[in-house]
Design a binder for this molecule. Structure first.
Ligand code: AMP
Ligand code: ZN
Length: 475
């Protein structure tokens, strides 16, 4: 398998450091607000990588952190008049709910920064002792960029930039070098108000955001990890700083492969919490979108290519999801007639090979999806040519190929889960849909609306189209 490593700026063969085992760390959400679907474009790549590695037979240890103490969470808590944890907790839960709704495999660990403060303090002590960090008058500790000559290796950014200035705190007045970044922040009033203060050898304070990831990553996965993930905005300074801190502390290479996901845009703008132009997964699901369609739409472009959010993109994905579900049902329900003689036309291996090659080429999911559609098309042609039936072996082989691809994509299983209603239930819902259509035909709109509302209360949404009314379950 090849992956694009941002550090080498090249797509290179991936081999884990220990044969058969892969360690992965992904920067998780800052839980001062709900994650939006831009964030989830990035997180979905985490899940696709997770699934791909497992599909290839690796034993994977996958860690995604929750940033529950930083400038934004403290500001959010202070504005809400809450304690830090009280403010962040619901967003942590929302993140896990959204991840589950989109069919993510469970991460092996979801560390919260506040649960690793002791390790962070020890880590900083090490950096101070080895001359990579220094304390300032006010009781903060900074990393000395000058002490780490490789600084800038990831981003190429060796001098101070506008970006650095905007990301770092305004009141860092005692730094030795303008590039130096904070590891430990002396407590301010607002930190005390929300309860974001811990005792340390340098006085009361709290860790800096960059440091948190270095410590959680090395603590849970060891000094050198195989793959580190994040959105493209994290490359500098966050990941650059993670390298400086971690390698400064351990003297070993920190990360073997750096992967960065391009941002989801809305129109020409990046979707972001600070711009306010965002949708959450929950909002889209509440609007009646099929979670499998949201998932599929977020993987419709390669992770290093542009992807723009549109509702019509989700609608297209929804139609594709329905085609996949219908396809699986057609294969399952097609009659059995051994020896019909058309099945040798099916070259399932070729489709699986094409799929594997695509996914192994730096997670080229769009090309993998093309291989999936190739399987669907060819199978449909064979089923068309064999209306009398196919052998059970062929049926099983097609379903197995579909299942293999879906172990990586996770779309069909998610679609089926959200459609899982028993047949009795389906008949009851269908009867209500028909009653509503009768009411509309009789211009009894009050009754029609009552039935729609009754179904909506169960999480069932109706779509009136040219071919009639379709319903779908959204939760
Ligand atoms: P945050 O909650 O801001 O710390 O971001 C969590 C993750 O989402 C990080 O890896 C970000 O790089 C990523 N991210 C933020 N905005 C977007 C976006 N519009 N599209 C894709 N990923 C994003
Ligand atoms: Zn991080």
């Amino acid at each position: 398998m090849k992956l694009h490593d941002s550090l080498r700026r090249a797509t290179v063969d991936f081999q884990p450091q220990s044969p058969g085992e892969v360690t992965v760390y992904g920067c998780g959400p800052t839980i001062y607000d709900s994650a939006h679907i831009g964030n989830f474009r990035t997180f979905l790549v985490y899940d696709l990588l997770h699934r791909t590695l497992e599909w290839k037979g690796y034993s994977v240890r996958f860690v995604v952190n929750l940033t529950d103490v930083d400038d934004k969470t403290i500001k959010g808590a202070a504005e809400a008049g809450k304690k830090l944890e009280e403010h962040t907790d619901p967003f942590a839960r929302a993140f896990m709910d959204d991840a589950a709704a989109l069919g993510f495999l469970a991460f092996d660990a979801r560390p919260r920064a506040t649960a690793h403060i002791d390790a962070m303090i020890r880590f900083i002590e090490g950096l101070v002792a080895s001359g990579h960090a220094y304390r300032t008058e006010d009781g903060s500790v900074y990393f000395s960029v000058e002490s780490f000559p490789q600084y800038g290796c990831l981003s190429g950014n060796r001098a101070e930039s506008e970006d650095t200035r905007s990301r770092i705190d305004q009141d860092e007045y005692e730094k030795g070098d303008v590039r130096d970044f904070v590891l430990w922040k002396a407590a301010k009033d607002v930190d005390r108000r929300v309860g974001a203060v811990w005792a340390s050898p340098w006085g009361p304070g709290r860790p800096g955001w960059h440091l948190e990831c270095s410590v959680m990553a090395t603590d849970l996965l060891g000094d050198t990890i195989d793959i580190h993930l994040g959105g493209e905005d994290l490359l500098f300074p966050h990941h650059e700083n993670e390298i400086a801190q971690s390698e400064g502390a351990t003297g070993k290479p920190f990360v073997r492969f750096w992967l960065h996901v391009k941002h989801l845009t809305l129109g020409s703008e990046k979707m972001s919490k600070s711009l306010g132009n965002f949708f959450t997964v929950r909002e889209l699901l509440d609007d009646g979108y099929d979670p499998a369609a949201v998932r599929l739409s977020l993987m419709s472009a390669h992770y290093r290519s542009e992807l723009t959010f549109t509702r019509s993109g989700i609608d297209e994905a929804a139609a594709a999801v329905q085609r996949l579900v219908d396809f699986k049902r057609r294969v399952t329900d097609h009659p059995t007639a051994p020896g019909a003689g058309v099945e040798e036309r099916l070259d399932l291996e070729a489709h699986l090979r094409a799929f594997d090659e695509a996914i192994s080429d730096d997670l080229n999911v769009p090309r993998g999806l093309a291989a999936l559609w190739g399987l669907v098309r060819e199978t449909n042609t064979v089923l068309d040519a064999a209306p009398e039936g196919i052998s059970d072996e062929s049926r099983a082989a097609v379903l197995d190929a579909l299942e293999q691809m879906d172990r990586v994509l996770g779309v069909v299983e998610l679609a089926e889960a959200s459609r899982a209603t028993d047949t009795g239930d389906q008949q009851r819902i269908q009867a209500l849909v028909e009653a509503r259509n009768d009411a509309r035909a009789n211009r009894d709109f009050q009754e029609a609306d009552r039935i729609r509302d009754e179904l909506a209360a169960e999480g069932i949404v109706l779509e009136d189209g040219v071919g009639g009314t379709r319903w779908k379950k959204t939760r």
